[in-house]
Ligand binder design. Structure first.
Ligand SMILES: CC(C)(COP(=O)(O)OP(=O)(O)OC[C@H]1O[C@@H](n2cnc3c(N)ncnc32)[C@H](O)[C@@H]1OP(=O)(O)O)[C@@H](O)C(=O)NCCC(=O)NCCS
Length: 124
């Protein structure tokens, strides 16, 4: 049963500007350690970071009914399985309510924007 959804859109140029201006300081505020390793494999770093940024905002929207404190972005990692499909890894203590929740994320990007959708579901 789907219990929550979230969606977010991010302008890639805004992320590119922040990366050029603040470099790794900005990136480390968005990505966790494993995502940093993934980033090094990507051709367009700003597009990748924009996608992760959108996915985390989308998840935080979906978390609304489950969490009172907003996790820091690096505490939510969006990793990739062998086929490139995103998977969510939470690096913050999960409340009992969230522990049994399945978290799904989908990301898409064009040159100008990245968009992401998050779905939370629970067994009925
Ligand atoms: C997934 C795929 C459709 C991407 O399409 P695209 O229009 O080139 O790119 P988009 O910008 O819309 O999406 C890219 C995002 O899709 C996601 N993605 C990649 N592979 C995926 C997959 N297998 N399943 C779901 N999502 C995937 C990633 O999050 C990626 O962004 P990221 O690399 O920054 O994490 C394309 O790479 C593909 O066809 N992959 C193979 C899918 C597959 O094996 N399907 C099984 C049979 S149907």
């Amino acid at each position: 049963m789907i219990t929550a959804i979230g969606v977010d859109i991010v302008e890639v140029a805004r992320i590119r500007h922040l990366m050029e201006r603040y470099g790794s300081k900005f990136v480390s505020r968005v990505l966790g350690h494993e995502e940093m390793a993934l980033l090094r494999t990507r051709r367009d770093a700003a597009q990748f970071v924009a996608g992760r940024f959108a996915a985390k905002e989308a998840l935080i929207k979906a978390f609304g009914t489950y969490l009172t404190d907003r996790p820091a972005f690096p505490q939510i990692e969006i990793l990739a399985d062998g086929a490139g499909r995103p998977s969510v890894a939470c690096r913050f203590p999960l409340s009992p309510a969230l522990a049994s929740v399945q978290m799904l994320v989908s990301i898409s990007h064009e040159k100008s924007h990245a968009v992401a959708m998050a779905i939370l579901s629970e067994e009925e």
